[in-house]
Design a protein around this ligand. Structure first.
Ligand code: ATR
Length: 286
């Protein structure tokens, strides 16, 4: 009995830190994997107030718990608090995993880029990053992580299209000459040349305004991905589907970033025989 069913003297504790965190799908995924794998571990949510993240993390120092996933709005602060930083976290300028080593050190990693690429592998297996240019729409933290992962995977060129050009230029400055910043009104030119489009803006979220993206400029077979998973079928994905473009959804990315996180916390890859997508869909009420 594991995955929180029974706590013992040896239970390994991990969790997720975010604000808000109550609707995070991560506890359901990790605890289902723990149970299926028979691991004596538990995965719990933490929601510090806006200024409480640093105190919480220092409280975990020394291995009080094994590690945490970090979600909005703490990913950049997580990177700053770490003593050692993986290449993926450095390139993304954000961490979604913190590990608390027994010697007191904090190690930061970022598995979001892995999750993005794995989601493509699962839902659009015909696509590969090295086939041609890719467009990333948005220039916040999520976009920067996506751009870094796409370059690492071999994309020859990544157009970063953003409403505020200066933020796209900052990503180009940080990640090099393969990044081509463009303002949103110039999106069609980038989309025309792209093998894939990643929406990394928050515009798919219910509270934000709609994103006007000329997806009809994309060539046949161009894969369209949206990082937003609430709603699962975002306006961008609906438009892509109507045009007959293959799509990759944000839920697949969320699930796939969780897999290496689980391995970092609990020492083995999650068991393959748990249908965590079905669990996640149920948790989303779908
Ligand atoms: P995150 O760290 O999650 O990426 P963020 O830093 O707030 O979040 O970035 C949100 C991104 O969505 C930005 O690229 C933002 O564009 P600006 O840089 O111009 O603000 C983009 N965004 C949000 N709503 C948008 C909308 N309605 N139209 C176009 N872009 C939008």
């Amino acid at each position: 009995m594991t995955g929180g069913d029974r706590i013992t003297g040896k239970t390994v504790v991990a969790g997720v830190v975010g604000r808000p965190v109550a609707h995070s799908l991560s506890p359901a995924l990790h605890n289902a994997w723990l149970k299926a794998a028979g691991i004596d571990g538990v995965y719990v949510p933490f929601a510090p107030d806006a200024h409480g993240f640093e105190r919480l993390v220092h409280g975990f120092r020394g291995g009080a718990i094994r590690g945490v996933n970090v979600t909005l709005p703490f990913k950049e602060e997580a990177l700053r608090l770490a003593d050692r930083v993986s290449d993926a976290a450095r390139d993304a300028a954000a961490a979604n995993v913190l590990l608390f080593e027994p010697d007191g050190r904090i190690v930061a990693d970022n598995t979001d880029g892995f999750g993005l690429l794995k989601a493509f592998e699962v839902q659009a297996p015909q696509w590969s990053a090295d086939r041609g240019p890719v467009t990333v729409v948005g220039a916040g933290g999520a976009a920067r992580g996506a751009v870094a992962a796409l370059i690492r995977a071999g994309a020859p060129k990544v157009f970063v299209v953003n409403r505020t050009l200066a933020r796209a230029e900052a990503i180009a400055h940080a990640l090099g000459a393969k990044v081509r910043p463009l303002p949103l009104p110039h999106a069609a030119g980038a989309l025309r040349d792209s093998t894939a489009v990643v929406n990394a803006t928050s515009a798919g979220l219910a509270a934000e305004g709609a994103l006007d993206l000329p997806l009809d400029a994309t060539p046949d077979g161009c894969v369209v991905m949206d990082m937003v998973y609430k709603p699962l079928e975002t306006p961008v994905l609906a438009q892509a589907r109507a045009l007959g473009r293959p799509v990759v959804d944000g839920l697949e990315m969320l699930i796939r970033q969780a897999e290496p996180s689980f391995e970092a916390f609990f020492g083995r890859y999650p068991p393959a025989d748990v249908d965590v997508r079905a669990l996640a869909l149920e948790a989303l009420g779908l």
